[in-house]
Design a protein around this ligand. Structure first.
Ligand SMILES: NC(=O)c1ccc[n+]([C@@H]2O[C@H](COP(=O)([O-])OP(=O)(O)OC[C@H]3O[C@@H](n4cnc5c(N)ncnc54)[C@H](O)[C@@H]3O)[C@@H](O)[C@H]2O)c1
Length: 426
């Protein structure tokens, strides 16, 4: 049976926009709401606000209605909230946007509607923050007048294999009618599976656990990278060796820092929530500290490399290649490149910044001007353009030191060309 619902997606970012386009392709009538007028204007002109293959493919033919007004909520059946959930500078969860979106939805809420929160939140946010807002502002009763579910998104922007359509999902609610409605909706749009969780907070916990798992594993290999640098062991070779074990080992790789809107953010939601309930997540907090310190380690590697060629960092020219938090995308949220740049400048280096995906953060316009006369280069993002730069290009430009913050470059070839190579643990 093909179900066709009127769906409103609130927040048209990396999560909401691909979802809205997918729901439309699967036969739902979709309206996208975003408080950012400039984003709505861009989308109305069929311009993609960020790099995403599915958005590029499907936005041009899309007939999704686009608006900054929440009045469309009134005539819809399903409302999906996909607004950001960042942390404040002190790492405390910032739920302002979830509260704002829930309030605006609640002002329009009608009987029979299903609200799904897709934003990543810690356990209990759906039930103790979103639900009370929906009930108090609308005067309606959750579970009988309207329904609430949580279905955390797992999208991994830039991933060539896994996308909004084929990633399996989990869904939770606090009663069975809303749960089944939400499951039916996701089953109508996904090729991946949909798993029912026992409660809203179980579904919320799934997402923070997944990203905390990744943060902890990355912290472990980052710690190994620092230790193996002293021991003279190549961490990448060791991980690749360990990964030949067909069970009980999962390869994670070290790097110059962890970025993005999820991994360096979501663990804090769990840490802070558990703290309020009297539990300290020591392991998770340590992982956050180790990963947050990787830009320092990267800059130490620059200092060591320059020292090897009898140069001081103070007064040298250092080029940072890449400011987005991962390869081949333009998302710079929580990118370690910014901390690396700040630390290099604080040490007196003249810093050149180049990212072909992020012109707005670059201070040079092309690779040639980025490299010419640079004493050291830090590869902070392994964009495909950067991985194919020949060692000769560096030597011709006068580069003496290469700090490979992503362990993505051919170490031996770079060393053969007479350049000092320093990786993260190799
Ligand atoms: N980016 C990812 O890779 C990813 C993956 C999985 C889950 N998530 C989670 O999904 C959520 C959304 O993340 P994102 O990356 O799509 O964010 P984003 O910043 O790309 O997009 C969010 C959009 O919401 C809009 N917005 C903000 N407040 C609003 C409001 N009150 N009403 C309507 N629109 C509003 C913003 O203008 C923006 O366009 C977060 O909780 C995030 O943790 C993100």
């Amino acid at each position: 049976m093909v179900i066709s619902n009127k769906v409103v997606v609130v927040g048209l970012g990396y999560v909401g926009l691909p979802l809205a386009l997918l729901a439309e392709r699967k036969g739902h009538k979709v309206t996208g709401v975003d408080t950012d007028q400039s984003k709505i204007d861009l989308l109305k002109n069929k311009k993609t606000p960020f790099t995403d293959e599915m958005v590029t493919d499907f936005l041009p033919a899309s007939k999704i209605e686009l608006t900054t007004e929440f009045s469309c909520v009134k005539n819809s059946e399903i409302i999906i909230i996909c607004v950001p959930t960042p942390v404040y500078e002190n790492h405390l969860p910032n739920l302002e946007l979830v509260i704002n979106a829930s309030t605006k939805v609640a002002e329009q809420l009608q009987k029979g509607q299903l609200i799904i929160l897709e934003s990543t939140v810690n356990p209990e946010v759906s039930e103790s923050v979103v639900l009370p807002i929906l009930e108090e502002v609308s005067g309606l009763k959750g579970g009988t007048d309207f329904y609430l579910a949580h279905a955390p998104e797992r999208i991994n922007p830039g991933d060539p294999k896994w996308n909004v359509e084929n990633i399996n999902r989990v869904v939770g609610s606090f009663e069975s009618v809303g749960l089944e409605k939400a499951v039916a909706f996701y089953e109508s749009i996904l090729t991946g599976t949909v798993k029912r969780m026992g409660s809203l907070k179980e579904a919320e916990a799934v997402k923070v656990v997944e990203n905390s798992f990744r943060d902890i594993n990355i912290a472990f290999v980052n710690e190994l990278a620092r230790s193996f640098t002293r021991l003279g062991i190549d961490i990448v070779n060791v991980i690749d060796g360990a990964a030949t074990k067909p069970f009980a080992f999962m390869a994670h790789y070290p790097g110059c820092g962890v970025g993005g809107h999820c991994i360096p953010v979501d663990p804090y939601y769990l840490i802070e929530h558990a703290k309020k309930k009297g539990f300290d997540h020591d392991f998770l907090s340590l992982a956050r500290r180790i990963n947050n310190d990787m830009p320092h380690f990267t800059v130490e590697r620059v200092i060591e490399g320059l020292n090897d060629v009898k140069m001081a960092i103070n007064g040298s020219v250092v080029t940072v290649l890449g400011v987005s938090y991962k390869a081949n995308i333009d998302d710079c949220r929580e990118s370690p490149s910014f901390e690396i740049i700040k630390l290099l400048k604080a040490k007196g280096a003249e810093v050149r910044i180049y990212d072909p995906f992020v012109e707005r953060e670059s201070n040079v316009t092309d690779l040639e001007s980025a490299l010419k006369g640079a004493n050291a280069v830090v590869l902070a993002t392994a964009h495909k353009e950067f991985k194919t730069i020949s060692p000769e290009t560096y030597t011709k430009a006068g580069v003496k030191v290469m700090v490979d913050g992503r362990n993505a470059l051919p170490k031996n070839e770079i060393e053969k060309a007479g350049i000092i190579y320093k990786g993260i643990g190799r």
